[in-house]
Design a protein around this ligand. Structure first.
Ligand code: SF4
Length: 309
């Protein structure tokens, strides 16, 4: 850190660090993301999210009751102007093990796709494959990615609007080649906290537009919509994320998830029955920051609102 932080900035940095570390630790515990003896490959792109992920995992490693190793991996995709000295310098100074993988995916995508078209989907597929191979090579048991709560919410909305699916980005999954466990330890962290933290930490951010491709327009619009909701309706994104953790299959319409056919007059009331024609009083399950690590989400009975139809 080179800048001199004011007292207020230092206070904010400590507070953000505490919040982000607690949320990361909680997500790791809730999804059993990291186990004793794991070798975690942390994918570091040079963006705010992956720097924060690496920082949080390094801090948690120092205090965790289990032993696990961290190895930071960066893929140098040979985009024009990629500042290849930044990450090695930063990672050496941090004292973490790291590996820089050099693969010219930039030439492949620019050759295959027409100019002006977005190259992200092919690029991501290539990058995924290279990262899986690297995990294999270095003997990593887990692959950690820097996606956060707001990425998960945006993915959920995109699936709802464009794919006809109620599906998000999982906090933990098996990779599409069936061979690796992929984890997202920042699943509970808000992007605005990560952004503020990264700024105060002065991470050496590498811009993500070096390839010249446009980001996915629909994702960008969805992210903007969520951010607008967050400003206009404080607590809405927290409630939406809580909803992802409170799925009620009997009150949706997926016959594979719930056996609607077997319901008969003897089934009894299922999950509160049907109050669709009543006024519903909702309680806003807002996240309370000052709780201990294991009491993450609490009901906040003071906030009530009423749905009219
Ligand atoms: S912005 Fe560029 S580097 Fe990033 S995924 Fe898209 S094509 Fe790849």
């Amino acid at each position: 850190m080179t800048q001199q932080l004011s007292e207020k900035e230092l206070f904010n940095l400590k507070k953000l660090n505490k919040v982000l570390r607690r949320q990361t630790g909680q997500a790791i515990a809730d999804y059993n993301m990291i186990e004793d003896g794991d070798k975690v490959m942390v994918c570091v792109s040079g963006g705010k999210d992956s720097y924060t992920l690496l920082e949080m995992l390094s801090q948690l490693k120092a205090v965790a009751p289990i032993n696990f190793d961290i190895i930071a991996v960066n893929l140098d995709q040979k985009q024009p102007g990629f500042p290849e000295h930044i990450l090695p310098a930063y990672l050496s100074q941090l004292g973490v093990d790291y590996k820089i993988v050099e693969q010219d995916t930039y030439s492949i995508v620019t050759e295959k796709l027409e100019p002006g078209k977005t190259t992200c989907s092919l690029c991501s597929r290539l990058r995924r494959g290279i990262l899986y191979n690297t995990a294999e090579e270095i003997g990593a048991t887990k692959i950690a990615l820097g996606h956060h709560r707001d990425d998960m919410l945006a993915t959920m909305m995109l699936n709802l609007f464009f794919a006809g699916k109620m599906k998000s980005m999982p906090a933990k999954l098996v990779s599409d080649n069936g061979e690796h466990v992929v984890i997202r330890p920042l699943a509970y962290c808000k992007e605005k906290d990560i952004e503020a933290f990264a700024k105060l930490k002065e991470f050496p951010i590498i811009p993500c537009n070096l390839c010249g491709s446009q980001p996915n327009l629909q994702r960008k619009l969805t992210e903007e919509m969520l951010s607008e909701w967050d400003q206009k309706f404080p607590g809405r994104l927290e409630t939406m994320f809580t909803a992802m953790q409170n799925v009620v299959p009997s009150h949706l319409a997926d016959t594979d998830l719930f056996d609607f056919k077997s319901i008969n007059s003897e089934s009894g009331v299922i999950n509160g029955g049907d109050i669709a024609f009543d006024k519903e009083a909702f309680t806003n399950p807002t996240k309370i920051e000052e709780t201990n690590d294991n009491e993450f989400y609490k009901q906040q009975p003071a906030v009530q609102f009423t749905q009219v139809n």
